[in-house]
Structures are given as C-alpha cells and as structure tokens.
Design a protein. Sequence first.
Length: 100
Amino acid sequence: MSKNKDNDELLRAQINDIIEADIQLGINDYLEEKEEKEKENSKGFGGFVPQDEGKELNVKVSNNEVDKIMKEYKRLKRLEKSNIGQVKKMGLLDKDGNPL
C-alpha cells in the first residue's frame, strides 16, 4: 500500500473512532437520565429495571459521509499549509491595521 493510502486509512479509522465515541457519549447520557427518572419515580417502590438495556452499540456510518469529512479535513489542512495560511498564522497586519 502506498503512503497516501495508509494515511487515508488511518484518517478513516480516526474519524470512525470519533463518531463512535460521540454516539456512545450520547447513549450514556440518555441512559443516565433514564436511570435518574426511574429512581425518582420508584422511590417507594422497588420496581424492576432491565440490566442489559443499552449494553451493545450497533452503528452504521455511511462511507460517503466519512469521505465528505475526510475531504473537508484535507481541504482545511491544505489551506493551513498554504502561503496564505502561514501569513494568517503570523497575524500580520496591513498599513491600516487590518489583518491580512
């Protein structure tokens, strides 16, 4: 495999990890809220709460969406490395004090 394809695969894996982590955080927040509501509703009653709910994460992310994210990321990185991006990093000002 070429270096470029290795980088693309690494970037794709990182994007998938970020998406999965974000979804998992959302699920955890939802389950915590649900648990708190059930505790409030069952203070005087020891009700049954299923324990295996939300234990498995099954998410399918479209490869097209990941490709769009990769394309935007690469565009931003190219812009950051360009001469204009370097000038913006320096914070240079024109004769009127406006940023370049």
